[in-house]
Design a protein around this ligand. Structure first.
Ligand code: SF4
Length: 95
């Protein structure tokens, strides 16, 4: 399954076709209810390792920030890391 392409087909703009997560289990990228601690850390580490080799990591991250995705790993970043990146970009833009 290509996580981004299959989940957000209506918003497709091309880069999703190159996603390294194309054949990954979607559960690798999104937490299950109540997941925390070492289980969450292990899953996130595994997801990030897929993202690290993804040729569309930056477009994926930009997409998640643009659409306010608040759940899961996008562009190699967790929800919390994307919030930090969103603030960093806002500051850099003078906002
Ligand atoms: S950066 Fe990660 S979540 Fe985004 S398309 Fe690539 S592998 Fe999938």
């Amino acid at each position: 399954m290509t996580i981004v392409a299959d989940t957000y087909r209506a918003r497709r703009d091309g880069w999703q076709d190159e996603a390294a997560c194309r054949d990954s289990d979607i559960e690798l990228f999104f937490p299950t209810d109540g997941e925390r601690g070492p289980l969450r850390a292990d899953r996130e580490r595994a997801a990030k390792s897929v993202c690290a080799a993804c040729p569309v990591r930056l477009p994926c991250l930009d997409y998640a920030l643009a659409y306010g995705e608040t759940h899961g790993i996008w562009g190699g970043l967790t929800e919390e890391e994307r919030a930090t990146e969103r603030r960093r970009r806002r500051r850099a833009a003078g906002g």
